[in-house]
Design a protein around this ligand. Structure first.
Ligand code: CTP
Ligand code: MG
Length: 404
């Protein structure tokens, strides 16, 4: 069996200002686990791993240690003996790495430096980089081709198109011969954008191997959706990251009161018989409220507005729609669109459709479409005993917010 010679340094001490989450970026959770946890899991599976060092924000050192130790305990056979150290990071990425290297095992011959922000970089990249370092005794960066056309600019003018066949985008983990890396860090003066640049500034040659699309860096909220799609399949981004859908239905009986007006979609439908209900019986608005609340996982109209509460007696649908909008906004969601359908023989919807759509669209700040159908004369709706409505609402994470 080949001896264990590999140390992995994971830097996780940044603030994650561009992501804008409530916690430092490495501690932001995707699928119920922090980015750091995802990164550690993949790093722990590397071949010939001897030591794992994490640089975390000072106040989260204990938490990072528990995460790493728990993952090591359930990792494949042999990984429970990996030495795990967590240090407090520094003011810059380079400082954080310097602090991590202070606890580097003297038995480590190859060191991989990895960003926790590249949480989904697969183990195969770790192994590929480490192998190339061992073989060439030099630094190795994983790279991806540059797909965009790249321009060199000055002021407001494009100077030239750069030949992209020579360009590569660098990822992590980047690998180095341990003694070369520690020597370079010991003498590092200025800040370099990555470790390969630091090594080259110290006169070392750096080679490259193929990177991996999954090793992209999570920087802004948009990258969170991408992480879901890449790591868990395209459809998975919907629930926990980007968008949510909800459904709501409501039914009200036509009233016996001859002069009670009909309200559907918050507006009066002149000349039509009204609906019974503790509020004004606006099945359209109530179905939409349920759809909005359901999409955000916030219960329904009954649990939020207690439809038997006296202050809602006779209330217009606008009251409930406004309340639902406030609740979902507070939970970090915005409405993308709403579709609502009236089911029943009466009233005829066509003459009112445009007006109701316009009013509801303005109220919700998002497109609302109203459609109608009958039940082929069947049941209480076919017999014109009442009106039913079914709605779906699509929500998206509000701008700059990560939602819940
Ligand atoms: N990092 C670190 N110590 C720092 C700064 C950054 O360990 N003082 C780490 C981050 O935790 C991250 C990696 O370096 O895993 C790459 O940095 P970046 O993507 O810029 O992350 P942040 O600095 O956290 O994000 P931002 O720049 O948006 O604040
Ligand atoms: Mg940063």
């Amino acid at each position: 069996m080949t001896s264990r010679d590999l140390a992995v340094v994971i830097v996780a001490a940044g603030k994650g200002e561009r992501l804008g989450a409530a916690v430092p970026k490495a501690f932001f959770e995707i699928a119920g686990r922090s980015l750091l946890s995802h990164a550690i899991e993949r790093a722990l599976a590397s071949s010939r791993l001897l030591q794992l060092i994490v640089a975390a924000p000072a106040e989260l050192v204990d938490q990072a240690l528990i995460t790493a130790e728990n993952l090591a305990a359930v990792a494949p056979v042999g990984k429970s003996s990996v030495a795990i150290q967590v240090v407090a990071g520094g003011a810059s990425r380079q400082d954080s790495i310097a602090k991590a290297l202070e606890v580097l095992s003297p038995d480590a011959d190859v060191v991989l430096v990895h960003d926790a922000a590249r949480a989904f970089a697969p183990t195969s990249v770790f192994d590929r980089v480490a192998l190339a370092v061992r073989e060439g005794r030099r630094g190795i960066v994983p790279v991806e081709p540059v797909v965009d056309t790249i321009k060199r600019v000055a002021g407001v003018v494009v100077l030239e198109t750069v030949d992209r066949t020579e360009l590569r985008a660098a990822q992590t983990p980047q690998g180095f011969v341990a003694e070369q890396l520690t020597a370079a860090y010991a003498s590092a003066g200025q800040d370099h954008t990555d470790d390969a640049a630091l090594m080259q500034a110290n006169g070392h040659e750096v080679g490259f191997v193929a990177g991996d699309a999954h090793a992209f860096k999570i920087t802004t909220p948009n990258d969170v959706d991408r992480a879901y799609a890449l790591a868990f399949g395209a459809g998975a981004s919907a629930g926990a990251a980007g968008i949510r859908v909800g459904i709501g239905t409501d039914t009200h009986r036509f009233t016996d009161e001859a002069d009670k007006p009909l309200f559907l979609g918050t507006v009066e439908w002149a000349g039509e018989r009204g609906l019974d209900g503790h509020s004004d019986g606006d099945a359209v608005s109530h179905a939409i409220v349920d759809a909005l609340l359901a999409a955000a996982g916030l219960g329904d109209i009954g649990t939020n507005f207690g439809v038997d509460r006296p202050e809602f007696a006779g209330a217009n649908g606008e009251v409930f729609l406004g309340g639902a909008l406030e609740l979902i906004a507070n939970a970090g969601w915005a409405v993308s669109n709403v579709s609502v359908q009236i089911i029943g023989n009466r009233p005829k919807v066509a003459p009112h459709r445009e007006r109701v759509e316009r009013v509801l669209t303005e109220l919700l700040g998002a497109p609302v479409s109203l459609t109608a159908t009958t039940t082929d004369g069947l049941g209480f709706l076919g017999a014109s005993e009442g009106v039913a409505a079914v709605a779906t609402a699509l929500l998206r994470r509000a701008e700059g917010r990560l939602g819940s």
